[in-house]
Structure formats: C-alpha cells, structure tokens
Write a protein that binds this ligand. Sequence first.
Ligand SMILES: *[C@@H]1O[C@H](CO)[C@@H](O)[C@H](O)[C@H]1NC(C)=O
Ligand SMILES: *[C@@H]1O[C@H](CO)[C@@H](O)[C@H](O)[C@H]1NC(C)=O
Ligand SMILES: *[C@@H]1O[C@H](CO)[C@@H](O)[C@H](O)[C@H]1NC(C)=O
Ligand SMILES: *[C@@H]1O[C@H](CO)[C@@H](O)[C@H](O)[C@H]1NC(C)=O
Ligand SMILES: *[C@@H]1O[C@H](CO)[C@@H](O)[C@H](O)[C@H]1NC(C)=O
Length: 953
Amino acid sequence: MKRMVEVAVLFVIKKIGIAVACETLKLAKPLLGNNSQMRMALPVNMKLIKGELEIINAFLKEIGMNGCNSEIIETWTRQVRRLAYDMEDIVDQFMHVVGEYQQKGSWACARKVFKKHQYLFSLDEIAAKADMINKELMELSNRIGRWTQLIPVVSYNPAANYDSELLYQSGHDHSINDNELVGIDVNREILIKSLHLQDTSLRVIAVWGMGGLGKSTLVNNVYKNETISSKFSCHAWVSVSQSNKMIDIWRNMLKEIYGNDNRTFDAGSMNSAELRVELMKILDKKRYLIILDDVWTAETLFKIREVLVDNGLGSRVIITTRIEEVASIAEDGCKIKVEPLNDHDAWLLFCMKAFPKTKNNICPAELHQCGKDIVEKCDGLPLAIVAIGSLLSLKTRNIKEWRLFYYQLISEIHNNENLNRVEKILNLSYKYLPNYLKNCFLYCAMFPEDYLIHRKRLVRMWIAEGFIEQKGGCSLEDVAEVYLTELVQRSMLQVIARNSFDRIQCLCMHDLVRELAIFQSKKENFCTIYDDTHGVVQVGSDPRRMSVLQCNNNIQSSIDPSRLRTFIAFETCITTFSWYSFIPSESKYLAVLDLSGFPIETIPKSVGLLFNLRLLCLNDTNVKELPKSITKLHNLQTLNLERTEVLKFPQGFSKFKKLRHLLSWKLLDATYRSLNNWDSMEPSEGFWNLKELQSLNEVRATKVFVAKLGNLSQLRALSITRIRSSHCSQLCNSLSKMHQLTRLHIRAINKDELLFMENLTLQNPLEKLDLVGHLSEGTLESPFFSAHGSQLQQLELAWCQFIGSPVAQLSKLSNLTELRLTRVHTCQQINFHGKLFQKLKKLVLWDLPQVNQICIHEGALVSLECLHIDSLKKLRDVPIGIRFLSSIKEAYFTRMHSEFVRNLQTVKLNHISKVYWSTEGVCSVEREVTNLPGPSSTNPQWRILGGSGWVFI
Ligand SMILES: *[C@@H]1O[C@H](CO)[C@@H](O)[C@H](O)[C@H]1NC(C)=O
Ligand SMILES: *[C@@H]1O[C@H](CO)[C@@H](O)[C@H](O)[C@H]1NC(C)=O
Ligand SMILES: *[C@@H]1O[C@H](CO)[C@@H](O)[C@H](O)[C@H]1NC(C)=O
Ligand SMILES: *[C@@H]1O[C@H](CO)[C@@H](O)[C@H](O)[C@H]1NC(C)=O
Ligand SMILES: *[C@@H]1O[C@H](CO)[C@@H](O)[C@H](O)[C@H]1NC(C)=O
C-alpha cells in the first residue's frame, strides 16, 4: 500500500537539510554574528522548522494509511504546503547570501554587497521571516490537534484504502462485454498460443502497457473462456496492486484456489509461512493457471514466484503490468505489449458504448464530428473510451450538449462520478511513482498537449528546479536521464524519437495522463496551466509555476507573481508579453524563465534582480544584447540564446561559476548551402573559467581561447567554429586534456582553410563527431580514426575533399550508427562492400557533386533504416542493390535530377514503407508522412529542404 505523501513538504525538508548542514553553517557563521538575537537564532529556527515538517510528513503518511480523507485534513495540508513554499523561498535567499559571502571572501566586502542589494533582502529579514514561519507552523500543528478530535476515529484497516475500491472496478468487473471487444484479436491469439501445452515447463507470460489499455480485459477474456481454462485444473486471479503485503497476496491466492474447490478453509488464520507451504503443496500437483493482475514491482513478482513451483505439467502464470521492467522478467516470446486502439477501432468501441440501443451502433450524422473530437481525446485508450462513451449514452443526442461536453471534458474527468474510474486508474500510476519522480512528472504537464518535449530541454529544466539529486559520481544530467527512462518505463511518458544510437530524443505525454498531471498540479499548487481559449481559467491560489499556453485576454490579476518559481510561455502574443514585463521586478524567486519564441528585442535591465535564476532561455527571440546586470545571476546553470542575435556578452562573464550549458548561435543562411550557415558567439574573457560548463555550442575559435580551452575539463559537448590552420595544433592539444567530451563539432572558417586534425586524441570515446572543412590529407588514417574511431557512433564529414572514396576509408568505423557526407568531393562511384557498416541506421549523402553511381553489395548496411540522398546532380540511376537493404523503413531522394526520379518509378521499392522524392524545387510525396522527427533542440544540424518545406534532422 502506498502512502499519501506531500511531495512539496518532502522537497522543502531536503532543501533545509542542505542549508543547515554543517558545511553551510560553518561558512555562514561570520554572517550570523552575535549582535542580533534573531540572526543568531536562524539556524536553530531552520532546524525546528525542518523537524516540524518531518513530523507533519510522517503524520500525513499515517493518515494516508488510514484512508482518512477529511476536508479538515485537506485544508490543513494546503496551509502546510503554503508555509513549506514560503520556507523554500527563504532557504534559497539564505543559500544565496551564504554563496555570495563565500565568493567575496570577507565580511566587509559582503556587507557592501548587502547594502547594494538592500532592496532585495538582508539576513535580518531572512531571520525574521524564518522566525515567523516557525511560529506559524507551531500554530498549525496546534490547530490540527484541536480539530482532529472531531474527525470520527478511523480504525486501522489496510483494506480500506483507495485502491481496493479501484480493484473492485478494474479487477474482475470488466464493463466491456465480450461482443464489444475491439482490436484485441491479434494479442488474444498470441496469448492463447502461449498457453498451449507443448511446453510442459512453467511459463510466465507478461501483458504490459500503460494503464487503461485494457490489459486485464484481454487476459480476463481468455481466463474465463471455458475451452481454454478447462485445460487447467487449478485457477486463481490475484490482484497484486491490492496490497503490498505478501501475506495478503498468498491469502487471496489460496482463497481463489480453494474457492474453486468449494472447500471450507480458514486462510485468514494462517500465517505467512503456513500459507506458503500450503500453496506450494497444492501447486506442486496441479496444472495451474494463475493471473497476477497489475504487478508494480519486479521484487513483488520474484517474491510471488517462490510459491509458483515448476511441476512440469505445463502450468502458466500471466501477469499484467504497466512497468516494462516487470514485463522483462517474462521470456522473450512471452511478452505481449498492448498498444492503443487505432482510430477505426477506437471509433467502433466508442459507438458501441455511446449508442448501445441504436441498430449497428450508428452515430447520428450531426454528432459525428464532435464524437470524433471526443474520441480523439482518448488517444486509443479503451478504458477512457468506454467510460466517456457510456457517459454520453446517458446524455441527450444534442450537438450543443455534446460540444459543451467536449469543451468540458477535461474538467468532467475530475468532477463527474462516472469518470472516476479512468481518473483513478491513471491516478494510481501517479500514486505509485516514487517521490523523486512525482515533481518531474507533474512538470511535463506544463508543455502543451501533444507537444514534442526534447530530452535536453526537459532535463535542464528539472535540474534548474532542483528536482534531481546528485548520486555518486554521476552528473545531474545523467541522473535526470535515468529518471526520464523510468517515467517512460512506467508509461507516464512516451518516447517519440530516439537518435541512431537509441538515446531518447523527444517525448510526449499521453493526453489523459497529462490531464491527470494537471489535475494533481492544481491540487498541489504545483503549477497553473494558463489557457483561456474556453473562457475563464481556474487559477489555484499562489501557483508556484506558470505555463502560458493560450492567452486571449489579459492574464488574470489574481495570479501573484511574487511566488512564481517558473515562467514558461508557449503563447507569444502581446498580452502575455505585457504581463511578462513586470516579472523581473516582482518574481524575485524565479528559477526558470523560458521565453522561447517571444517577439522581444531586449530583456529588462532588472533581470539581474533574479538572484535565484537557474535557467534563462531566450531561444528564437530577437534579443540583440544582454544587459550588464545579467552577470549578477550567479546561480545561472543554463543560458540558451539559440536563434537570437546575441553573439557577444557583457564583461564579467566569469562570474557565472555555475553555468553548465551555454548555447548561442544565429542562423545566417536558411538554405543551408554555405559552410557557415550559422554564426557563433565570441568567446569573451573568462569563458575558460567556467569550470562546470558541459555544453558550449557554438563558439568561435581565437588563438587565446583555443589555448585555454583545456581548462574546461567538464565539457561534454563542444561546437567550435571559424577554425584556422594555425589553431589546429593547439586545439588538438587542448582537446586531449578533456576527459568527458562525447560530442564534438569542428568547423573551419571557410571552405579553403586546411584543417590539420591528424594529432587529435581524446581521453574519452566520442559518440558524435562533425568535421566541417577541408581536411588535410591523411586525417582519416590518423591515430584517432584508426585506434579510437571504432567507438564513434555518429559522424558527419562536410566540405572535405577526398581523392578516393571516403566510404572505403571509413570502413574501420564499425560502430557507426549514423553517417553524413555533405558537400564532399569524392570519386565518381561510391561502393558499399559486403559487411560494411553493419550497425549503420541512418545514411545521408548530400550534394556530392562527382558521384554518378552508388552501389550497395549484399551484406552491407544490413541495419540501415533511413537513407537520404539529396542534390546528387550527376546521379541518374537508383542505387544499385537497394533491394539488399533489408531493414530500411524510409528513403528520401530529394532535389534530384528529373531523370533519376523517372528511373525511380521503374524500380521496385516495396520493401520500403515510406519513400519520398523531389526534383529541384518540386516536391512530391509517394506515401503519407507521419511522425517526421523534429529538429533537435540544441544541435543546429537540421535542414529545411528547399522548396518543399520538409524539415527534419
Ligand atoms: C561579537 O562580535 C564582535 C565583533 O562583531 C567580537 O568582537 C566579539 O568578540 C564577539 N563576541 C562573542 C561573544 O563572540
Ligand atoms: C473460447 O476460445 C475459443 C478458442 O479461441 C473460441 O473458439 C471460442 O469462441 C471462445 N469462447 C468464448 C465463449 O469466447
Ligand atoms: C603532430 O604531432 C607531431 C609530433 O608531436 C608534430 O611533429 C606535428 O607537427 C603535429 N602536426 C600538426 C599538424 O600539428
Ligand atoms: C562498439 O561499441 C561497443 C559498445 O559501445 C563497444 O563495447 C565495442 O568495443 C565497440 N567496438 C569496437 C570495435 O570498438
Ligand atoms: C527553440 O525554439 C524552436 C523554434 O521556436 C523550438 O522548436 C525549440 O523547441 C526551442 N528549443 C528550446 C530549447 O527551447
């Protein structure tokens, strides 16, 4: 049984923990002085508050255990949360002052700083506020003591909790009748096959997928089919989510088994060991079929398996789970992944439920469009479709009413009793999230519906919010990526695209899951999703975060900017803008400010007041210059200036001691036809002091900078441009000092400048390398390529000249998953010999002016999934041997000669599911485009194909 936890409270407890840790207090000692009682008491007060919050947290857990859900507790919790948030602000102020003092190194100096910052706060003020919070918290604790006496005593009863109620609905009671089962035929076949008895050893079969897909329905359909179940002499359906106590699982299993035997049996009085012995005794002799419904942890499954003896009689265990890790325990052939219904089946199911009494369940024409809109909201989730369809069957068939329903769908989900099931099932997923994932999960709801969330962007935001905890030697980014994977495994986020070596690139949140996240966010004052498309926005009191999706009128004055931690705007119209303009002076605790796409040219000078700011994103704005005050943002971790005009920085850049990601470039040439399509930032003095910097994208090479680059030892991703021959030796030397670098982009100042990279060595295996410019002869035979190149996963060579074919020279790079050759001078023929590039998934050949023949031999490129050939003007024939590409899914032939396109029509390409072609300027599409990957957020290596408007990586 999971307990009720206030994540906000936990989060603040952790923060205070850091503030009152010995090291911090030691640093702060001189500041706390001895002339102010209040200031001296500050550490004590913080500790008291922490202690009180810990007790509150334990109390809330206890209440959750008892299933007590009174209004008093809710209101009280809200008050606690508010105080906890206040405390969070104060702790941030305190840490800032201590950090500032540490940097200045002396009290005298620090005092001056405080004078200057008087309008912000002083230590006395912090101390006074902490004192007040402490008192308020004590008062709150007294209050709950007074009022809980009025709550009827809830007896401790582990069964009386939220999921037993759910179990009632999602366990045996399947409200989908058999004649209404839709789209399960294939999975049903597989499931039935796996029950067949040729294999007499015990088999565990996993049915997995996100909540609401009808996994239990599928299993139940098979389980209760006489023809199938009669082959087993012993049956049990056990809902594992009912309780996390093993004894309850044993007991229920035994009851199920004996229930069928019709024997009187007192399982209730047996202890855990007795139950196990009894179970093993029975299961040893029978061919059993046991369903373990909704298993949440691998641990639980392993524990249950202890009694599931392999008796060699062909026994079967079917588990349903939302967790991939649990499903992975089943053998390879025994895993069934349940996918959402396709549009056709979803509609079918919806109509069955919404028009049960109509002949053939036909939807009246006037409701058709609206019905489709509603079904679309359910994203193929049978559970949601059934619930919503059933509800609509009770409403009058009136288009006005249906429209209204559509607009209210989201709030209906939370208000309407009939929809509780969907909500609860999804809610259960949320409740089962470990605490460290809860905030991360809620955060994703701040992005618009169906928005492609880029991994890097999300990860940087999580870190800025302080959601990610340092673990061992891993960087915060690494830990965050583990969190991300965990959310994906729990089906709370869906992966939309991975890069060629399988790293997550972008994600999306299922509509209903997102609605749940929004619901929870509101409840916990986590954030306000501002969208006034359908009238008034319901704003919780004092939201901590705000995401503006739609704003047609002025933003409501009821939102108090002074408590905001995060401001993100996806709506870039002027009304949002006018609201934003007073953020810097009012929202002094802001940690994340993302103004991507805003039509602004400057940012207010007062931005320097945002002492707590950790992430500033001005991506895709017209900002030309940063105000000088920006250098006051000592906590800044991410500064994103991509697609802006800012290429120069004010002096004092070295003060950004905590900067981890510095991204800045400006698009110059939207045709992507020149070597320098992007302009990059000037390295200001002090760049090389940014010791924590991990990404530097893109920076111009200068003599000084190239020499000092080695200082940036934490760099993982570097794009360096405008390189001259004279820089190369020093550059290679500096790069050899880095031990974290995994992504490297090197670009010459112009197409004639020779790049001498033969001395390139790195301590770390590179994942990704781009070399843009005229490479000196022998670069590809250099030690880097011959010794370490085999670890390389992605390679781009552009604007290079080769006498022979680069493909032959690159053949040693056996681990490549992606290869791009752009504007490379080569010989006329490119041959992919047998066994070449066995792991390559993506191949891009762009503008190779000499090439007139491409030949793929059998056995080469066996893993290739995507082939893109663009602007090969001399190529008239379709690549020979394209039929050997057995894994290929997509092929693009863009801006090709018209004769090539004619020849393309005569070749059989049936083995490729998507083929696109275009001649220069004209674009035609053979098959429908779906899910084109979007441009990656930080890597500017995407192109817009001329004339066609296609955009992809
Ligand atoms: C109090 O602080 C003053 C300087 O601020 C110092 O001279 C004095 O010794 C301190 N007294 C104690 C008891 O620490
Ligand atoms: C039970 O399963 C068998 C085999 O798949 C099938 O032919 C039969 O129709 C099913 N019976 C019911 C009642 O669904
Ligand atoms: C590479 O290193 C060798 C040995 O240190 C040196 O002689 C040579 O000049 C270097 N080449 C370049 C292009 O820097
Ligand atoms: C290819 O990559 C794998 C995994 O990164 C690594 O273990 C292997 O050694 C690499 N192969 C070569 C030839 O370096
Ligand atoms: C930057 O802006 C572009 C275009 O507006 C958008 O596609 C991208 O996701 C944004 N990236 C970040 C990190 O905000």
